[in-house]
Design a protein around this ligand. Structure first.
Ligand SMILES: *[C@@H]1O[C@H](CO)[C@@H](O)[C@H](O)[C@H]1NC(C)=O
Ligand SMILES: *[C@@H]1O[C@H](CO)[C@@H](O)[C@H](O)[C@H]1NC(C)=O
Ligand SMILES: *[C@@H]1O[C@H](CO)[C@@H](O)[C@H](O)[C@H]1NC(C)=O
Length: 416
């Protein structure tokens, strides 16, 4: 574990991610004291959570099925989408167990959820690695899950081309581990996080669920393989499966409790919304729009941006409609494409910062236009995107970003 963190270190020292000149001595000192306080807080928190996790408390509410209570295992629940999903499930009175090894997720998100739902039997956090089949089996043996929402994954297209094994390992092979544990312990409902990247570069827009899947990068391929494993398995079992193929996820909790906080060293792989906020905060000098000569109305790429609040709503609806022996595959998007130029304008308005934009030539491997046809999920799950105002979604996310410039860390230290 420690090894993997160390390996990630060198990338953190990219020049633009830390602009040392801005920091005065006193700020450095404050930062240092802040770090010590943070370390102390984290230690206490870890002990607290360990005490509350299944291993320590005798017979836990999480270990037996309770009529009328649906216990959902949320893998990757400390991550961006997983934490938002956990929050929604808890609000809707589900019992939630989060499994996350915090390699990409945030302990701060778990802390927020624990504070919101401290009652016994609501939320449990288990620190574990889904690559560790023995650990996963133990978790399934000790807990009575009714359903699994499998979010945990690595999810950067660029990174996937640089480190394909990391993607096949942590997406495809970890999904297999989860599926085997589900089969071995009779957990029958799976809601799987997939992606529009499994379609590759379709000739025809919009993308329906019938659009042939021909992924063009290891991220999309790893997700497609995981889908195939799930589908093959479901043919000979009575598993209830829902596969949700996400388009470009943006936004954050409208009440400002949760946000998106990628590891600093991963920012360079990040998504356009992250880059927009980093530019608005002055962490990076500006935005680089790559490609202005695509065959689209304004020449920039077109994507379908789905707000995370709508996305987790799709998960809850999928869970409610999941049926044994049935598979549902759904695109989750708004059905409306937005150009990068539109996105940048919305970002400037949402942040109130006149972000500097450089228009550059195309990035290899980018496709001009991707947007969904969400009519199947509208029809079958009665789901429709509600947060379709790009500027509003970005405004909500920006509010959190501004208050949490060090991700969840700043909220942890400021509470002391
Ligand atoms: C977390 O899990 C991944 C995926 O299996 C694993 O490879 C990685 O080393 C783990 N990292 C930590 C910090 O435990
Ligand atoms: C993913 O898998 C690789 C093995 O290929 C491992 O080294 C890495 O730490 C894993 N975890 C993450 C979060 O990438
Ligand atoms: C569909 O959802 C809407 C709200 O989004 C709700 O008012 C309506 O009753 C739902 N219809 C069905 C058939 O559940």
């Amino acid at each position: 574990m420690i090894g993997s963190r160390n390996r990630a270190q060198p990338r953190a020292s990219r020049p633009w991610s830390f602009s040392g000149m801005d920091y005065s001595e006193s700020k450095k000192k404050r930062n240092f004291i802040g770090k010590i306080v943070l370390a102390a807080v984290l230690t206490v928190l870890c002990i607290y959570m360990l005490k509350n996790s299944s291993g320590f408390s005798t017979p836990s509410l999480f270990s037996r099925h309770e009529p009328g209570v649906t216990h959902v295992l949320v893998t990757g629940g400390a991550g961006f989408i997983g934490s938002h999903a956990a929050l929604r499930l808890l609000k809707d009175s589900y019992r939630v167990t989060i499994v996350d090894n915090l390699s990409r997720g945030n302990l701060g998100a778990i802390k927020v959820l624990q504070e919101q739902f401290p009652e016994p039997g609501r939320l449990q956090f288990i620190y574990a690695d889904l690559g560790d089949a023995k650990a996963v089996n133990k978790i399934f043996a000790e807990n009575a899950f009714d359903a699994v929402m499998h979010f945990a994954a690595v999810a950067y297209v660029g990174e996937s081309t640089l480190e394909p094994l990391r993607y096949y390992h942590n997406i495809t092979s970890n999904t297999l581990v989860v599926l085997e544990a589900m089969a071995a312990h009779g957990v029958n409902t799976l809601i799987y996080s997939s992606t529009c990247a499994t379609y590759g570069e379709p000739a025809k827009m919009p993308i329906t669920e019938e659009t042939p899947q021909a992924p063009i990068n290891p991220y999309g391929k790893a997700k497609k393989m995981a889908e195939d494993i799930i589908l093959d398995f479901s043919k000979n079992s009575d598993m209830a499966v829902m596969i949700l193929r996400y388009f470009n996820v943006i936004g954050s909790d409208p009440d400002g409790r949760l946000g998106e906080a990628p590891r600093p060293e991963l920012r360079e792989h990040g998504r356009i919304s992250g880059a927009c906020f980093d530019a608005a905060l002055g962490i990076i000098p500006g935005l680089k729009v790559k490609g202005t000569d695509y065959n689209t109305a304004d020449g920039t790429c077109i994507r379908d941006y789905i707000d995370v609040t709508d996305l987790v709503d799709a998960h809850v609806k999928a869970l409610a409609k999941a049926k044994p022996g049935k598979v549902g595959i759904y695109n989750v998007g708004t059905g409306k494409g937005r150009s990068v130029k539109e996105f940048v304008d919305a970002c400037k308005k949402a942040t109130g910062v006149d972000i500097k934009v450089d228009f550059l030539s195309r990035r290899p491997g980018d496709y001009a236009e991707v947007y969904s046809d969400p009519s199947k999920i509208n029809r079958e799950l009665n789901w429709t995107a509600q947060y379709t105002d790009l500027q509003e979604s970005l405004q909500i996310a920006w509010k959190w970003q501004k208050l949490h410039q060090n991700g969840y860390r700043s909220s942890l230290t400021s509470s002391f």
